[in-house]
Design a protein. Structure first.
Length: 415
C-alpha cells in the first residue's frame, strides 16, 4: 500500500526544489523597476542570511532569520510571500510537514503566488497534510487543487487511502474500484493493492484473490505470487490433498522455492501419479539451480534416477495403459493416462485422451479433469481453449483458482 515515509521523501524533495528556486538578493536597479517587488533593508538583510543558511542545510538558523524578517513593520505582500516561501522550504528540510503546509497556505493568502504555480502548491499542501494525517485539511487542499484545474489523480488515490487508515474498508474498495473503472486501460497498482487490502481486511477471500490475480496479470512479482498462492490454499474447501502437486508446480514455476523440501515432495507426488518425466525435469531444475545436491545429495540423486527409470517405463507401457483405461466404465484412468502423455511432452495426445475421459463422464472429480485439460491446452499453445475451459470449471475446492493461476503463469489474463 502507500508508504507514508516514501511520500514524505517525495514531498521534501519537491518542496526544497521550490524553495531553492527563490533567489533573494539586495535591492538592485533590476528590482527597482518593479517597486512592488523591492525589499526593505529591514527585511532583505535577514532574508539573504536565511537563504544562505538554507543552502547550507542549516534549517533552524534559516527559520530564526526568517522570524527576524517577519518582525519587520509595514511589510509588503511580496515580502510576506517571500518570507513564507523560504519558511516552507526550511520546514520541509527539517521534516516538519505540518508547518510546511501552513507556510505554503500563507503564501497563497498573500495573493502573490503566480497563477501557474497555484495548482502545484495546492497539491504540495494536500500531500503534506496527508503525511501528518490531518485529513480535514488534506480534503480542503485537495478540493482546491481540483477546483483550480489540477488533473493528477494522486490526491484521489490518497483520499481512498484515508478510508483504509480509518478502517472504512467497504468505501475504500468501492472508491478504488470506481476509480479503476473510470481510468480504463491498465489499472493502477496502488488502486489494485487498495482493493486487495480492503477485501482482505473484510475477510472477503474470493474478492481479495481476484484483486491479487489482477495485480499478478499487470505487475507480476514473486511477492504477489506468494500472496496469491497462499491465499488460494486458505480458501474454504480447498482440496489440499488432491491439489498439492499443483501448488508445488506453481511455486516452483514462480521461482518461490529456495530449499530442497518442495522439490522432493513434488517429485514424489509426480512419480506416484505416473509423471516420471515431470519429476525428473523438476529435479534437474533443482540441481541446476544449486538447491539440490547438497546435504541430501545421495538421496536426491537416487530419487532423480528413479524418476528417470519411470520415464522409460511410462513410454513403454503407456499405449497398453491407454487401451485398458478405454475399457473402464468411467473416465478416471483415461484422464490419468492423458496427464502422463502431457508429462512426456505429447500435448496433442494428452488433449485427445483427457477429452475421452471427460466424455465418459462418471468422474468423481470432473473439475480436476478439466484442470488437466487446461494444462494440456496450454502446453499445446491453444490459449483460447485453455481460457474457455478454465471458465467452465465450477466448485469451491480451489480447482478453478489453480486453473486461473496456470493461465497467468503462462502469460494469459483470465479476465
Amino acid at each position: 500500500m502507500i508508504a507514508t515515509h516514501f511520500l514524505r521523501a517525495a514531498l521534501l524533495a519537491s518542496a526544497l526544489t521550490m524553495g531553492g528556486a527563490v533567489v533573494i538578493s539586495a535591492p538592485t536597479p533590476a528590482h527597482a523597476a518593479d517597486a512592488a517587488k523591492k525589499f526593505s533593508p529591514e527585511v532583505g538583510k535577514p532574508l539573504q542570511a536565511a537563504q544562505e543558511a538554507l543552502k547550507a542545510k542549516k534549517y533552524k538558523e534559516a527559520l530564526d532569520k526568517l522570524e527576524e524578517a517577519d518582525k519587520a513593520s509595514k511589510k509588503s505582500a511580496y515580502e510576506t510571500y517571500t518570507i513564507e516561501t523560504l519558511r516552507a522550504s526550511a520546514y520541509s528540510g527539517a521534516g516538519d510537514m505540518a508547518n510546511f503546509a501552513k507556510s505554503l497556505e500563507a503564501t497563497l493568502a498573500t495573493g502573490q503566488v503566480p497563477d501557474a504555480d497555484k495548482v502545484n502548491r495546492d497539491k504540495l499542501i494536500a500531500e503534506a497534510y496527508f503525511s501528518v494525517k490531518n485529513y480535514a485539511k488534506f480534503s480542503a487542499a485537495s478540493d482546491r487543487y481540483y477546483k483550480d484545474g489540477g488533473t493528477d489523480n494522486r490526491l484521489k488515490e490518497l483520499a481512498i487511502q484515508i478510508y483504509l487508515d480509518q478502517k472504512d474498508y467497504a468505501n475504500a474498495s468501492k472508491a478504488a474500484r470506481a476509480m479503476i473503472q473510470a481510468q480504463g486501460g491498465k489499472p493502477s497498482k496502488t488502486l489494485l493493492q487498495t482493493v486487495a487490502s480492503a477485501e482482505y481486511n473484510m475477510d472477503h477471500k474470493a474478492a481479495f484473490l481476484d484483486a491479487m490475480e489482477r495485480i499478478l496479470v499487470n505487475y507480476p512479482d514473486q511477492e504477489s505470487w506468494e500472496s496469491v498462492i497462499r491465499g488460494v490454499q486458505k480458501l474454504p474447501g480447498f482440496n489440499s490433498n488432491r491439489l498439492q502437486i499443483d501448488v508445488l508446480r506453481l511455486q516452483i514455476g514462480a521461482g518461490l522455492v529456495k530449499d530442497p523440501g518442495p522439490y522432493l515432495e513434488f517429485a514424489q507426488l509426480a512419480m506416484s501419479d505416473g509423471l516420471g518425466t515431470e519429476a525428473k525435469a523438476v529435479m534437474d531444475k533443482g540441481f541446476k539451480a544449486g538447491i539440490l545436491g547438497k546435504a541430501q545429495g545421495d538421496r536426491e540423486k537416487r530419487l532423480a534416477d528413479m524418476a528417470g527409470k519411470q520415464v522409460d517405463d511410462d513410454q513403454r507401457k503407456l499405449p497398453d495403459d491407454e487401451k485398458e483405461a478405454a475399457a473402464q466404465p468411467d473416465g478416471k484412468q483415461l484422464v490419468k493416462v492423458g496427464t502422463q502423455y502431457l508429462a512426456l511432452g505429447n500435448a496433442a495426445k494428452a488433449i485427445e485422451v483427457i477429452q475421452a475421459g471427460i466424455k465418459k463422464d462418471q468422474l468423481k472429480y470432473p473439475e480436476e479433469a478439466k484442470l488437466r485439460l487446461v494444462q494440456a491446452y496450454l502446453a499445446a499453445g491453444q490459449k483460447p481453449k485453455a481460457v474457455e475451459t478454465t471458465k467452465s470449471i465450477k466448485g469451491t475446492d480451489g480447482t478453478a483458482d489453480i486453473a486461473r493461476l496456470y493461465l497467468i503463469q503462462a502469460g494469459i489474463s483470465p479476465f
